[in-house]
Design a binder for this molecule. Structure first.
Ligand code: ZN
Length: 312
């Protein structure tokens, strides 16, 4: 366990969200961000740069929609971070990823600092079984997770048309890997952000807490978990898709709304993922090479959760 952290501004804990862009529409996402902003949260929102396969089930709006882009720029201006969730919602070869990274820089004035892989994209980095070493990889495959889904990810494989690991290393600081059930993400991954020499195209890895959809999200941030996070002086990075029913039928999900208001009243350090990880890496004890034993512990904990709960 890492030593207790002295948070900036006298805060007692930190909380943020990395929001994957899946199923984004103006109508289902903007009201959630209006609410977050009003409550004082400044989190990380990812976006897609170009249209992908129109038949892909996880599609959503992209920056080619100028109203959407304008809104993202307003969010950035208001203190939210723009993150990378691949170039598009379907697989992209190197030239597309390269072009979209340039577009991102053109639109937002800088390269993305943080990213997460988008589920089924072939250019994902160290994804699927490649998240794990040797025997764990075998167990993962035996478990036959998402048997119908792709399990060949090539973003880190030099020579593949999907390779972009060198671009990632040069331009992006932080990539998400393991997801854990508790709200205090640092409890599941005390060393984050960390470097993993077995996965060298990612500069630094971070973990997140389970919040895939609104039901998972409210379960993870329930009252006793909030109180524990505060008492432990921990940090929470929620993994989420804020377009998945956080706002539906003309209103915010009531439990989400009340829990986030409760959390806001605690006055934690509510900064984007990149700001939080920079702080942990530069000021606290993060930013180390992950040792062999710690890597096995991290992978085993995640694999166990995957086997029992089927989480991301
Ligand atoms: Zn996604």
């Amino acid at each position: 366990m890492r030593p207790k952290i002295t948070w900036p501004e006298g805060k007692r804990f930190a909380f943020t969200i990395f929001d994957d862009a899946d199923k984004d529409r103006f109508s289902n996402t903007k009201p959630v961000y209006d609410f977050l902003a009003e409550q004082g949260f400044r989190t990380t929102k990812s976006c897609w740069l170009e249209e992908g396969d129109p038949d892909h089930p996880l599609g959503g709006v992209c920056c080619e929609d100028l109203d959407y882009l304008k809104w993202l720029l307003e969010l950035q201006e208001a203190g939210f971070e723009m993150g990378w969730h691949n170039a598009r919602h379907s697989s992209s070869q190197r030239e597309v990823t390269d072009r979209c990274l340039r577009r991102f820089k053109l639109y937002f004035g800088h390269s993305p600092k943080t990213m997460s892989n988008h589920f089924t994209n072939q250019e994902n980095l160290y994804w699927g079984a490649d998240r794990l070493d040797h025997v764990f990889r075998l167990l993962y495959r035996l478990g036959n997770f998402r048997a119908a889904m792709r399990d060949s990810y090539e973003g880190h494989r030099e020579g593949s048309p999907y390779f972009w690991g060198d671009l990632c290393f040069k331009q992006i600081d932080y990539c998400r890997n393991f997801i854990f059930p508790g709200m205090n993400t640092l409890k599941g991954c005390p060393g984050m952000p960390y470097h993993d020499n077995q996965r060298p195209f990612v500069k630094w890895w971070y973990a997140s807490s389970e919040g895939n959809n609104v039901e998972d999200f409210v379960r993870t941030i329930r009252e006793e978990e909030q109180d524990r996070l505060e008492a432990e002086g921990g940090a929470c990075i929620m993994y989420s898709h804020l377009a998945k029913d956080f706002y539906a039928d003309g209103r915010l999900h009531p439990r989400f709304e009340s829990l986030m208001k409760r959390l806001a009243s605690k006055g934690g350090w509510f900064v984007p993922v990149g700001v939080l990880l920079d702080f942990l890496r530069k000021t606290e004890s993060g930013g180390q090479e992950l040792g062999w034993l710690d890597r096995q512990k991290l992978q085993l904990a995640w694999l166990r959760m995957k086997l029992t709960r089927g989480s991301s």
